[in-house]
Design a binder for this molecule. Structure first.
Ligand code: ADP
Length: 431
């Protein structure tokens, strides 16, 4: 009996101990599961820094360690992906061309902001994943991309979008990394070449104009030389008249070549030499050169300097050329023997040199004002030639002023006169 009751106690004790242990284990397991659920929720909320802190031993401990390691790997992979995405987006944003990558069906895989602008995609909507047909509003570009998408060859075209816009579009195939002959899409590079095309046109127009301008005096010179050579008995008076024409045409040729060379020098001269320049002294040199012509036409050439002792840091030759071309034009386009005045004024205020040349001459029609700075543009071609113009004087000034970082403006009234105002920033002055 006694033995039985001892056994019964022992069983009861063991049962109690087992119950206590299983309750403790269940509690620990529950706590562990609660933490597991809590951390996994955080992970699904992209809070990848969360970890299971449980220090359980055995299977639970291993599960925690594995879970934490898994989160760590995920965290690192996602950080790496985020960083490489950031790099990719930054690179795409920094490219000044439009870049677009599409699959062979025309679905957009990648696009930068510049491409969205050029392709006229709606602002603020996500276009990645959508088909080009639904997002590209620029019809000429859509047609080009649609035609050549998925092509095995590279394709480059210049597209005139409108009168003021020319794009160069290059379409290249994208090959699958591992299987080289399989094309998975196309990459499209769109470049705005409007300025380049304009410049090319300007250059070819310039070459054509130069050839024409040079040809006219040359034809005349060779014609008169030929006549003189073939007619030995020509009378002295006619001979002198022909020689005088040859001289005039040669002078014109020389002026033209000088101006063309000067223009090309200014255009190609990247390094402008700055030096201390006495504005008044430079002006006086020009004044002496031009005043006798003014006098011969009974035109008063007057001037006004706010400070004759001023020395500015500028390019001497360029400043001289600006004075010369503006004063020369003012005299050329002012009728003679009517007591008219050409007035030059120079102000040096707030680190700016302001040169004004005002005449009481023929004036410039409104519709021509914006064009007079173009090379070889003359309001009245015959008149310009008669007064010895080359059609390049204002183009030269415009380039000089631009290279010095300044501006030029014109105020003019037909038959009443014109005023040219040049504004040049003074680099450093030695006042
Ligand atoms: P040009 O050698 O023919 O004078 P420019 O380039 O100096 O060439 O000037 C271009 C044109 O602008 C001139 O042909 C003339 O029609 C006009 N122009 C320039 N300056 C004046 C002015 N002061 N008054 C009237 N017209 C002017």
């Amino acid at each position: 009996m006694e033995q039985l009751s001892t056994l019964g106690y022992s069983i009861l004790l063991i049962s109690i101990i087992i119950s206590i242990l299983s309750i403790r284990y269940t509690l620990r397991l529950r706590k562990y599961l609660e933490e597991f659920i809590y951390v996994s929720k955080k992970i699904s909320n992209k809070e990848f820094h969360s970890r299971i802190s449980s220090t359980a031993k055995g299977d639970l401990g291993e599960l925690s360690r594995n879970f934490n390691e898994m989160i760590e790997i995920m965290d690192k992979t996602i950080s790496d992906l985020d960083y490489s995405n950031l790099q990719k987006t930054s690179i795409l944003k920094s490219i000044s061309h439009g870049i677009l990558a599409i699959d062979i069906d025309g679905n957009i895989m990648l696009i930068n902001e510049e491409a969205k602008r050029m392709l006229k995609c709606d602002n603020g909507i996500l276009v990645e994943g959508k088909n080009i047909k639904n997002v590209i509003k620029e019809e000429k570009l859509l047609e080009e991309i649609n035609t050549f998408k998925g092509w095995k060859q590279n394709k480059t075209d210049e597209l005139k979008i409108n009168d003021d816009l020319v794009y160069k579009v290059s379409i290249d195939p994208i090959y699958l990394e591992s299987i080289k002959h399989i094309i998975i899409g196309s990459i499209i590079n769109i470049q705005d070449i409007t300025e380049k095309v304009k410049l090319e046109h300007m250059r070819s127009d310039f070459v054509a104009n130069v050839s024409h301008e040079l040809k006219t005096p040359l034809t005349s010179i060779s014609g008169f030389v030929e006549t003189l050579r073939l007619n030995e008995n020509i009378d002295v008076q006619t001979r002198n008249r022909f020689l005088s024409i040859i001289e005039t045409e040669s002078d014109r040729l020389k002026r033209l070549i000088d101006d063309i060379l000067l223009l090309s020098f200014i255009e190609n001269n990247e390094k402008i030499v700055y030096e201390g320049v006495s504005l008044y002294n430079v002006f006086l040199e020009v004044y002496e050169m031009t005043n006798y012509i003014a006098k011969s036409k009974n035109i008063n050439l007057t001037y006004e300097f706010d400070d004759k002792s001023i020395v500015v840091f500028a390019n001497r030759d360029y400043i001289k050329q600006v004075f010369l071309n503006l004063i020369d034009n003012a005299i050329k386009y002012t009728p003679e023997n009517q007591g008219k005045t050409v007035k030059v004024s120079v102000d040096t205020k707030q680190d700016k040199i302001i040169i004004k040349v005002k005449d009481e001459g023929i004036g410039i029609p409104k519709e021509d004002i914006n064009r007079i700075f173009e090379r070889f543009y003359r309001v009245d071609k015959a008149r310009s030639k008669e007064v010895g113009g080359t059609g390049l004087g204002l183009a030269i000034i415009k380039h000089i002023v631009k290279s010095l970082g300044g501006t030029i403006e014109v105020k003019s009234e037909l038959r009443h006169g014109s005023e040219f105002i040049v504004n040049i920033p003074e680099k450093i002055s030695f006042k």
